[in-house]
Design a protein around this ligand. Structure first.
Ligand SMILES: C[S@@+](CC[C@H](N)C(=O)[O-])C[C@H]1O[C@@H](n2cnc3c(N)ncnc32)[C@H](O)[C@@H]1O
Ligand SMILES: [Zn+2]
Length: 305
């Protein structure tokens, strides 16, 4: 099913279809906070992997940072990313399936076919996050793990600016999510495992843009300050991290091994085939080796023009 995009959505999607993380490299303090965020992701998946084979869906996978970082914990991996610039940098490994596409259109994946979904700094890049989230709900099996982490609209600096009558702009994004509202929408279908915010050295983002302080000591400083604010202002960090388990028990775990389906007739489909065996639907691929679902969707494709 397609959807007509508004002019704003279309323009935003156009920028994301050419996304390049090198356009805006993070200063050292932001990097230090991201490293702590990535450690939280790793340890959460590690704990999940101790009891489950992990079949991951990385929505907005970028250049594949987590495909590499989580590699020893993963049984299989599907990465979806709109930008061929990023996909071109993806390091290929066994059992990795790449799709050029967006979270809003995931017709090529079966229901309940993944047991871990990562949305790291992605929901606020979606042109229609509710649609992308509903797709995640369809694809994530009961008992599955979701991690949502991104910049936090409740961070102390935003609240301070609002008090001073200077509204904060979440530049380069259509949405700005908060620690509380994200937990609220998760609580309908999930049991929250861990929720916290990190990164309270606000001035240091700007300072380290000008003065390139080393990341290691900044990481340590952030850890110490995180410990204090975890008690003093738990919702106020720069980034929030939430992990949660989908309620219910998994039914058909054999789907994890074969998650793809024909986007038209929903028959089983092996990744890499040129046409659906059931209905003849043609599947386009781009180099290097990704299913190009952008070509399958008129509205997304229109944003390329
Ligand atoms: C800030 S980057 C995060 C990349 C990666 N998740 C990480 O943490 O390293 C945001 C990513 O979301 C992708 N993106 C933008 N719109 C999207 C959409 N509608 N669906 C899925 N991904 C999208 C961008 O192309 C970009 O790679
Ligand atoms: Zn078909």
């Amino acid at each position: 099913m397609t959807q007509k995009l508004t002019a704003t959505q279309k323009e935003y999607l156009r920028s994301q279809l050419q996304y390049d993380h090198n356009d805006d490299p993070p200063p050292p303090n932001t990097l230090a906070v991201h490293q702590i965020q990535h450690e939280l992701i790793y340890s959460t998946v590690q704990e999940f992997a101790a009891k489950n084979e992990v079949h991951m869906l990385d929505v907005g996978c970028g250049w594949g940072d987590f495909s590499g970082k989580l590699d020893p914990l993963l049984k299989s991996y599907v990465g979806i990313e709109p930008s061929p610039v990023e996909l071109g940098r993806f390091m290929r490994r066994p059992n990795r399936f790449l799709v050029r596409g967006v979270g809003e259109y995931m017709d090529f994946l079966k229901d309940n076919s993944r047991n871990f979904i990562l949305l790291n700094s992605v929901l606020d890049h979606c042109f229609d996050w509710k649609r992308a989230w509903n797709n995640c709900l369809r694809v994530l099996a009961p008992g599955g793990l979701v991690i949502i982490s991104m910049e936090n609209s409740q961070k102390l600096i935003v609240r301070l600016k609002e008090k001073l009558g200077r509204p904060h702009v979440h530049e380069g994004h259509l949405e700005f999510f908060g620690y509380d509202d994200t937990q609220n929408f998760l609580q309908r279908d999930f049991t929250i495992k861990e929720a916290r915010t990190i990164g309270f050295l606000y001035g240091m983002h700007a300072v380290t843009k000008r003065v390139p302080l080393p990341v290691g000591p900044l990481r340590l400083a952030n850890r110490l300050v995180n410990g204090f604010f975890r008690v003093a202002a738990p919702a106020g960090g720069h980034i929030f991290f939430i992990s949660a388990i989908r309620n219910g028990t998994p039914k058909d775990i054999t789907r994890y091994a074969a998650p793809f389906r024909c986007p038209q007739c929903h028959a089983d489909m092996a990744f890499g085939i040129q046409a659906c065996r059931a209905c003849g639907f043609t599947l386009p691929y781009g180099t290097p080796g990704y299913l190009d679902s952008v070509q399958l969707n008129a509205d997304v494709k229109a944003a390329l023009a």
